[in-house]
Write a protein that binds this ligand. Structure first.
Ligand code: FE2
Length: 226
């Protein structure tokens, strides 16, 4: 079981040949919550991972970090199983989902800095637009200090290596390489990172690559403003 914190599970997909992962997370609490769904091509694996932990029909919320196909592509099939789930998204993501995916789910729109009680945990949504991902939100779990960062703070592992939940050693160069490839111009991402200043962040859970638990301030500094 890929538990990243008590009751919080990585339910994503790892592609060893590429050293890449598409991450999704399941939070088991009074309100069972899925953070992102993975892509169309990975939905069966994600669903299988979820089923290893909970019955998907018990999912209460499907929180979307942003509208991109690698994170929302599995939404339609997840919602078929999670028939009582409410989608939770930023205003812009909520507007884009029907246009991009041709579905009209029940969406709870959350505003910047709004919170959502899950039971023992409370999630805070922080609008963090950067480049093409203008609808992105960072999602902060106030109990354990986990920051779900969408495509920010992503990284690739080395091809052929096995999946590791947590980054080991200094991954600054990996983060910078991913960031350069994905975002090109860094300043926009740095502006998004400005919005998380002051938070007590104890783990970064990106949408791609390993979770970061060590030297969080250093990694934020590396990708943020000087
Ligand atoms: Fe992505």
């Amino acid at each position: 079981m890929n538990e990243i914190s008590e009751g919080v599970y990585w339910v994503g997909v790892h592609v060893p040949q590429a050293g890449a992962s598409i991450n999704a997370f399941l939070i088991t609490d009074k309100k069972t919550t899925l953070v992102d769904t993975g892509a169309i091509g990975t939905q069966e694996v994600v669903l299988g991972n979820i089923k290893g932990i909970v019955d998907p029909s018990t999912i209460d919320y499907v929180v979307l970090t942003h509208n991109c196909v690698d994170h929302c592509g599995g939404l339609a099939s997840i919602l078929e199983m999670a028939e009582n789930a409410k989608v939770v998204a930023s205003e812009l993501t909520a507007m884009r989902i029907p246009l991009i995916y041709g579905i009209n789910p029940d969406i709870k729109v959350v505003k910047n800095r709004e919170t959502l009680d899950l039971g023992k945990r409370r999630l805070k949504f922080i609008y963090a637009p950067y480049l093409c991902k203008a609808d992105s939100m960072f999602i902060y779990d106030e109990r354990d200090g986990i920051l779900f960062t969408a495509d920010a703070f992503g990284s690739y592992g080395d091809p052929g290596t096995e999946w590791k939940l947590f980054a080991e050693g200094d991954i600054t160069q990996k983060l910078l390489a991913y960031s350069q490839m994905t975002f090109g111009e860094q300043s926009n991402l740095a502006n998004a990172i400005e919005r998380i200043k002051g938070l007590d962040i104890r783990m970064i859970a990106p949408s791609h690559g390993a979770m970061i638990r060590e030297d969080i301030d250093g990694h934020i500094k590396a990708l943020g403003k000087e």
